[in-house]
Write a protein that binds this ligand. Sequence first.
Ligand code: ME8
Length: 514
Amino acid sequence: MTGRFYVTTPIYYVNGAPHIGHAYTSVAADVMARFHRLAGDEVFFLTGTDEHGQKVEQAAQAAGIDPKVFVDRVSADFRNMADAMAISYDDFIRTTEPRHITGAQALWQKVAESGAIYLGAYEGWYALRDECFYGEDELIDGPEGKKVAPTGAPVDWVKEPSYFFKLSAFQDKLLELYESHPDFLGPNSTKREIVSFVKQGLRDLSISRTSFKWGIPVPGDEAHVMYVWFDALANYLSALDYPNPDAPRAAFWPANLHLVGKDIARFHAIYWPAFLMAAGIEVPKKIFANGWWTIEGQKMSKSLGNVVDPRDLAKEFGVDAVRFFLLREVPFGGDSDLSRKSLITRNNVELANDLGNLCQRTLSLVARNCDGIIPERRALTEADTHLLGQVSVLPELMAAQLERCALTDALEDVWKVIRAGNAYIDHQAPWALRKTDVERMKDVLRVLLDALRGIATVLQPFMPQSMDRMLTQLGVEDGERTFASLEILLPAGRKLPAPQGLFPRYVEPTAEPS
Ligand code: ME8
């Protein structure tokens, strides 16, 4: 059944340059979007940048430029990173755009009309790095005997007039939401954390600031700007032209999936549904938090100088090898480490050997022994049927895995079939059949071509560029690359282009002897 699918990434802060962590969530969301498009769904895939708040204001000041000039520059860099990583977003929202300001103010007004906002004074701890308020009881001991946020971020005592959101009134409703919609929040580890946090009791939330100006003015009280998280979360609606109910995009709400990192699960799983409930708007269907990447065993940080720009990796290894590595290395939802060694191993073993060689061996046999022409599909043996059967269930199998955000398991399902394909070619030995039974050789090659077409079709969301090349080499035309088109066999007699390697083996350059 086809339908609508709305998937989002976080909108990234523009106080720093894009890195591999940002690329990770975006690649995962991209796989979801591309998969649903191939399944025939109408997809809306949103990414963008989060450009307000004190942290961004300070970064602009530190760079000595006007905030707007600063955010324009960094936002363009994030867009460039998304393009370089083949992120097929349908829209890129920036919170400094008029359409977003309209949407965020409309949402504020709707929440205010429900009676869930009141004016008070905030006095408490604020961690600028996290753009997050913390209760005294949440703080932990930091360096030099100072208290810090549970994330390790420094905290400041803040005292200023503020509008509050009555978050405390939503505690039971939120618990009921998690209870009645078991798929609303994942993975389970994040869900357990959030449920226990909400059960401990929710305090009302300060949602405006008066001590700086770089933000969206609170409707009716221009002395206040919105708390950056109220502003940012509203992007998921403003990109759909909220509050215009007649906008064509409005039909995409509620979002099917907000993909986020586990660091911001709290904002998405607690604040966001509470704001929406107050405004009388449906809550999203699912929030899923990815795990955290370290680099060669260390936390990524500017001070350690180990921040990885995904564009550099893509230049060196190819975009698809990087995308593949990110989603293959660890079950999606878990934490993982980026090491050069494991990236190279995955590239060489799984891409170059398992998939690349199977494709190369098949295509060169077709080139040499069938004049590069797709042979006819004739009667199948048990072994043929078995392999093709495994291929044909892949779209359905993977759809079920993606439904639960098990991206790594979906890849494993495909690799099982690739390994079966390698066993099949070794066992059938078409190179030997060339001398003993040419007709059977052709049948075997046709089965392999069909199996490879299925495999390349389902891998398109993960590795769009190399699977495009692979499908071209297999003689599959543009209109024959959706899941539905797999039902129709390619006609025999098509001439294939000369085979070319898909995934080069990576050999680490050895240092020049000095
Ligand atoms: O939080 N490992 O923006 P942000 C995995 N503007 N994922 C990582 C990562 C890492 N080491 N580092 C970053 C914000 N990420 C807000 C979001 S949404 C309405 C507002 C990813 O620039 C991960 O998805 O700090 C994380 O949640 C996000 O980048 C944080 O990006």
